[in-house]
Design a protein around this ligand. Structure first.
Ligand code: FPP
Length: 242
């Protein structure tokens, strides 16, 4: 399902996957069944993005705040991410998908971290599209860890405050976990909520936003295509006039 020829394609699409719990509740199912169904939507979004030449697809899979959900749901999500990564590995290799995880990896269970390491190593040379899962991530956490790094560098420079004078936005960006990854051109949020929820606060400074009422488990390839088409119609000015 390719876009019309000549349409502007976002280089980096990022998605806040929302509405899994509501999708399940509407069907009288347990909330976690919505997460399970949500994995199929991840596959659909990845396929549609890859077919249209998107270079990076990132997904907010588990926020720092999500640790506050009931233990059963947190454990289910950790296991689902482990199982999905292992199940999709063959598919990633067959389709040229480079897989990455960004976030506070130290807080994740060992079994999940081992599967992430394996998938990242195996797919490191794949070139068609990069898929990033943000796990145990929040924008404020990312900015804070970068600021701490910067402070440590200033101290070890021996010059203190005068060393900081030369630090620019690019230097700061390189301390965020997204170092080397282009900022998202398009941020999609499903399920009708219209907020950023502590997601890519620094990196999303000039992102276009696309909100849809569709719940994440119902977000299929046709929905992804609609979002890409809408992006093609946006006029990006980055604070300037055209
Ligand atoms: C938000 O819905 C969704 C999540 C917190 C988890 C999404 C994670 C996945 C679908 C797993 C993807 C993993 C891989 C490896 C592909 P919600 O629970 O906040 O829904 P609600 O707002 O209706 O309650």
């Amino acid at each position: 399902m390719q876009l019309e020829e000549g349409k502007r394609v976002p280089r980096h699409v990022s998605i806040i996957m929302d509405g899994n719990g509501r999708w399940a509740q509407e069907r009288g199912l347990e909330r976690v069944k919505g997460h399970l169904q949500g994995v199929a939507s991840v596959r659909a979004a990845l396929e549609e993005c890859a077919d249209n030449g998107v270079e990076y697809l990132s997904l907010y899979a588990f926020s720092t705040e999500n640790w506050g959900r009931p233990d059963d749901e947190v454990n289910y999500l950790m296991q689902l991410m482990f199982k999905s990564i292992m199940d999709e590995l063959e598919n990633f290799m067959a389709n040229g998908v480079r897989f990455m995880v960004l976030g506070n990896r130290a807080s994740l269970p060992d079994i999940l971290n081992d599967s992430i390491d394996k998938a990242m190593e195996m797919t490191a040379g794949n070139k068609r599209i990069t898929m990033i899962l943000f796990i145990s991530y929040s924008g404020k956490w990312d900015i804070l860890q970068a600021a701490k790094h910067l402070a440590a560098k200033a101290i070890s420079s021996g010059e203190g405050e005068s060393w900081l004078v030369g630090v620019g936005e690019k230097d700061f960006s390189s301390l965020l976990v997204t170092d080397g990854i282009p900022d998202p051109d398009l941020i999609i949020r499903t399920s009708g909520e219209q907020r950023l929820s502590n997601y890519l606060l620094w990196q999303g400074a000039y992102s276009e936003f696309y909100f849809t009422k569709v719940l994440w488990p119902d977000f299929d390839r046709a929905q992804m295509k609609l979002a890409l088409e809408e992006y093609g119609r946006r006029d990006r000015r980055y604070g300037k006039v055209k």
